[in-house]
Design a protein around this ligand. Structure first.
Ligand code: AMP
Ligand code: MG
Length: 408
C-alpha cells in the first residue's frame, strides 16, 4: 500500500504530454491552451466612453453647474469627426470613442439639457472619469493568456477580443472505459434481485469529459477473465484505459489477471486512501491503465484524485489538482482506516471562515451522499479522528460554488 502523494507522483511521472492541434474558438471550452496568446490590438482599441453622457473638458466644469455648448454626438461604432473645444461638449454613448479634446465623460444623470444646443453640467467631474483609455486593459503584444491555462468562459472572452477565431490546444486524451461486474445492468433497465444499475460508467465518462477527454465506451464485461481481457484489448489503442470494478481481493476480481495477460505492468496496486484503496495503476503498451474500485464513491474519488490530474498533465495544464483549502470542522470526523481519509462534506463560508459540515454517509457505496458533498474533508492516515472545531484540509469538488448555498 503506497501513500496517496507517492501514488500521485507515480501517475504524473507516467503521464506524457500529447501533441497540440488547432480548434475553432467555439470548440475550445475546457481545452488546455497550447500557445501563449497576446492581443493583436490595444484593449480597448480606442479611448472609450464607459457611460452614456457628455464628453467634455474636466477643467471647463470645475465650477459646475455650468452650461456647455453641444457640438455633436458620437454613437458606439462611429468614429468622431469633430473635436471638443473649450466650453463645448459632445453627446456620447457607452462604447463610443471619446473625441479629441475631451478628457472626461459626465454621465447623463448628472446633466440637464437646456435647449437643443446647450446642456447644464450639474457637477464637476474628474479628469479621465468614465473614459477607458486606449490600451489601458492591455497593450497590443502583451501576454494575456499563457499555455497550460484551461479555457474557461473568461478565457474565451479574452481569446475573442485578441482576434483568435482558432486556438492551439492540446489534443484531447482518448479514454477507453470498461465497466465490469456480473451484477451490472443498463441504466434503462429495472434491476432484477441482486442486480444494480451501472452508475460508474456514466459517472466516470462524465468525469473524463469534464477533464477534456474523449471517451470510448467498451461496454460492460461479466466477471470472467477471458471476457474482460477481450473487452480490454479494444481499449489498448487509447491514451488511457480506465476499468471500473474487479480490482478488490475477491475471487471474481479478475481485472488484474486479465491485464497481466495482455502484457500490462503495474506500478502500484493498492493506495493508502479511503475510499478507494484497491486502486490499480500501470501501463499496457503505450496506454496508461487505471483499475478503479467498483464502489461508486471510490471510483469517483480516485478518478478525481489520480485520473483527472493525469489527463490534465497530458494536456499540458498548469494546475492539476482541485483547490485545497483549510476548513474548520463543524462536527468531528473519524478515521479508523489507517489510510488518508476523504469524507464527504458541505463547506460554507460562515463567520469569516470556511466551515465544513461532514455529511452522513453509508461509505464508499453511498453515491447519494457524495452528490450532496461539495468538498472532501481530508484526515491523514495516522490520525484516528479530527475533533470538532479542528482545522483540517479539504479538497473542493467541481460543484463547490454551485452547491454552496443549496439546501442539504
Ligand atoms: P467491485 O469493485 O467490483 O468489487 O465492486 C464493489 C461494489 O461496487 C459492489 O457493490 C458493486 O456492485 C459496485 N459496483 C461495481 N461496479 C459498479 C457500477 N458500474 N455501477 C454501480 N456500482 C458498481
Ligand atoms: Mg465486481
Amino acid at each position: 500500500m503506497i501513500p496517496v502523494e507517492e501514488a500521485l507522483e507515480v501517475v504524473l511521472r507516467e503521464a506524457q504530454a500529447l501533441p497540440a492541434e488547432e480548434v475553432a474558438l467555439d470548440d475550445a471550452l475546457l481545452r488546455v491552451l497550447a500557445e501563449d496568446v497576446a492581443s493583436d490590438l490595444d484593449l480597448p482599441p480606442f479611448d472609450r466612453a464607459a457611460m452614456d453622457g457628455y464628453a467634455l473638458r474636466a477643467a471647463d466644469v470645475a465650477g459646475a453647474p455650468v452650461a456647455l455648448e453641444i457640438v455633436g454626438e458620437v454613437r458606439a461604432g462611429q468614429w468622431p469627426d469633430l473635436a471638443v473645444g473649450p466650453g463645448q461638449a459632445v453627446r456620447i454613448m457607452t462604447g463610443a470613442p471619446v473625441p479629441p479634446g475631451a478628457d472626461a465623460v459626465q454621465p447623463v444623470e448628472n446633466t440637464q439639457p437646456l435647449d437643443e444646443f446647450r446642456v447644464t453640467i450639474r457637477s464637476p467631474v474628474a479628469q479621465g472619469a468614465h473614459v477607458a483609455p486606449r490600451g489601458s486593459e492591455a497593450r497590443a503584444g502583451t501576454l494575456l493568456l499563457s499555455r497550460g491555462r484551461v479555457i474557461d468562459p473568461a478565457a474565451v472572452a479574452v481569446l475573442a477580443s485578441a482576434g483568435k477565431p482558432r486556438v492551439r490546444v492540446a489534443r484531447r486524451p482518448v479514454v477507453a472505459l470498461l465497466v465490469t461486474g456480473d451484477e451490472i445492468v443498463a441504466v434503462s433497465e429495472t434491476p432484477a434481485p441482486g442486480q444494480i444499475r451501472n452508475s460508474n460508467g456514466p459517472a466516470v465518462a462524465a468525469q473524463a469529459r469534464l477533464a477534456g477527454a474523449t471517451v470510448r465506451l467498451l461496454g460492460v464485461a461479466p466477471d470472467r477473465q477471458d471476457a474482460i481481457a477481450e473487452a480490454l484489448r479494444a481499449g489498448l489503442s487509447a491514451d488511457v484505459l480506465v476499468v471500473s470494478g474487479g480490482v478488490s481481493a475477491g475471487d471474481y476480481d479478475l481485472v488484474e489477471p486479465a491485464l497481466l495477460g495482455l502484457g500490462a505492468t503495474f506500478l502500484f496496486s493498492k493506495v493508502a486512501i479511503k475510499p478507494g484503496a484497491p486502486l490499480v495503476f500501470g501501463r499496457c503498451s503505450g496506454t496508461l491503465v487505471f483499475g478503479l474500485p467498483g464502489n461508486p464513491v471510490s471510483a469517483q474519488v480516485t478518478f478525481d484524485l489520480f485520473v483527472r490530474p493525469a489527463l490534465l498533465k497530458m494536456q499540458g495544464a498548469r494546475v492539476l489538482a482541485r483547490p485545497r483549502v483549510e476548513v474548520e470542522l463543524a462536527t468531528a470526523v473519524e478515521n479508523r482506516s489507517g489510510r488518508k481519509s476523504h469524507a464527504p462534506a458541505r463547506v460554507r463560508f460562515e463567520g469569516g471562515r470556511l466551515l465544513a459540515w461532514p455529511l452522513r454517509s453509508m461509505g464508499s457505496g453511498d453515491l447519494v451522499a457524495h452528490a450532496r458533498a461539495n468538498a472532501l474533508v481530508m484526515i491523514e492516515a495516522d490520525r484516528p479522528q479530527a475533533a470538532t472545531s479542528e482545522t483540517t484540509k479539504a479538497v473542493l469538488l467541481g460543484n463547490f460554488l454551485k452547491n454552496d448555498n443549496a439546501p442539504l
